[in-house]
Design a protein. Sequence first.
Length: 483
Amino acid sequence: MYQRSELFIDGEWTAPGGGQVPLISPHTEAPIGTAPRADRNDVDRAVRAARAAFDTGPWPWMPPAERLAVIERFAALYKQRRAEMAELISAEVGAPISFARQAQVGVATFALSALRRLAADYEWTEHRQGFYGQEITVAKLPAGVIAAIVPWNMPQFLTIVKTIPALLAGCTVVLKPAPETPLDALLFAELAAEAGLPAGVLNVIPGDGAVGAHLVAHPGVDKVSFTGSTASGRAVARACAERLTPASLELGGKSAAVILDDADPARVAAGICQASLANSGQVCNALTRVLVPEGRAQHYIDGLAAALGDLTVGDPADPATRIGPLVAQRQQVKVRDYIEDGLRQGAKLVVGGPDLPPGIDRGWYIRPTLFTEVDNSMRIAREEIFGPVLTVLTYRDEDEAVAVANDSEYGLAGAVFTSDPDRGLAVAARVRTGSFGINEGYIMDPLAPYGGVKASGYGRELGKEGLEGYLVSQSISRAAEPA
C-alpha cells in the first residue's frame, strides 16, 4: 500500500485541509493506498508561500548558475529514484511498467537534461545599441509566481517541463497534480527539498478541479501553465483573461497521420502503434486519424490490424504488457461510448470493440480498436477519445489528404509516412499543427518547442521557447554620453 498524508507547502510537510482520499488501482479496482487532498485554504497558503519566496527570497535574484547548481543536485537525486518513480506512476495510472520506465520517467529525465543544458547556455542579458545612440540592456527576468497544473496521463514528464524551466528562470511554483496522480508529485517535492530548494520556491498541492479553479483565479499568481482538456482550457483562459494573467495552454488533439502511397506498410504499422497507442492511447498528441490512399488502403489496414492484434493487453506490472487499463472507470465508460457510437454511425470494426479483452474480467480495460470506412464528419473522427481507438480514412490525392488533416478544430501534432523525405516536407508545410513528424510517427524532442494551434491551445513548452515562457524582458536605457 502507498501512503502519503501531507502536502508540501513553504518547505514543510503539512496536513491537508481536504483530508485523505483513497487511491484505486485501474488494474484490480481495489484500493492501493491513500493520499492527501488540498482545499481552498491550502491553495491560499501555497500561493502566499510562493509569493513571499519570490518577493523577498533569494531565489529569483540568484545568479542563474547558482539556481542551475540546485537543479543539478535535484537531477542527480531524481536519477537515483527513477525506478521508484516509474512504479508509482504505473500503480497510479495503470501505465505498463515498460512504458512508465521508458517514457513516463525516462523521457522526463531526458527533458530534465535538455532544460539544464538550455539554461546553462542561455543569454540572460543582452546589450543593444539604441536607435538614438543610447545603450540598451535587455534583461530576462523571472515572470513571478507560476501556477503549474498537470494532468494524470503523463504526470512526471509534464511536471518536469513546467516546473524545471520555471525554477531555472527564477520563478516560484505552486504545482497542482491531478487527484489520480498525487504520489509521484509528492516524491518530486521530496527530491526538490533534499536538493536544497529554498522554502516556498516549490509547493505541491494535489487536488480536484475546484482546487485548480481557485489556484488559476488567485490574485497572487503571475502566470498559469495548464495542460488538460480543451473544455477545461477554455475555463482557464476565461479566468486568466479576467485578471489579465498570462497563460500557456496545452490542450487536446485529434492528430492525423498522412500515409502517402509510397510508404512501407510495416513501417507505418509500427510507427502508428508507437505514436498512437502508447499509454493505452491516453496521450494528447496520439495519431488517431490514419489517412490512407484509396488505391492502397487495404495494404495499410491489414498491417495496422495485424499490429493491433499482436499487442499484449493485461497487468501493467508485467514487462511484456503493451496496453494497460485506462486511468479510471469514467474513462472506460467514455471510450466504450465512442466505440458504440462509431458502430451506430456505420464505421466498420476491424479489430477490438467495446467488450473487455479476452481473459480479463476486471479493471478499466479497453481492447485496442481499429475502425475503417470512417467519414471525417463522424464523432469518432472529430472528438478526442483518449483511449486505444484508431480510425482509418481514405483520400484520393495529396490535396484531399491535407484538407482532411486540417479539417479539425485541433492542431497539436501530426505525421506523414513516405519513402520520399522531400515529399514529406511538402506535406508537413501544409498541415496546420504545432508539431509534425516525418517517418517517425511523432517523437517529442526536448530541445524543440512543443504546443498547439486552434483548439489545441497556445504557448510553448520545451526548447528555448519553453524557458522563455517563464521570463519577461525588461529594457533598460542608458543615455549616451555627451560628445
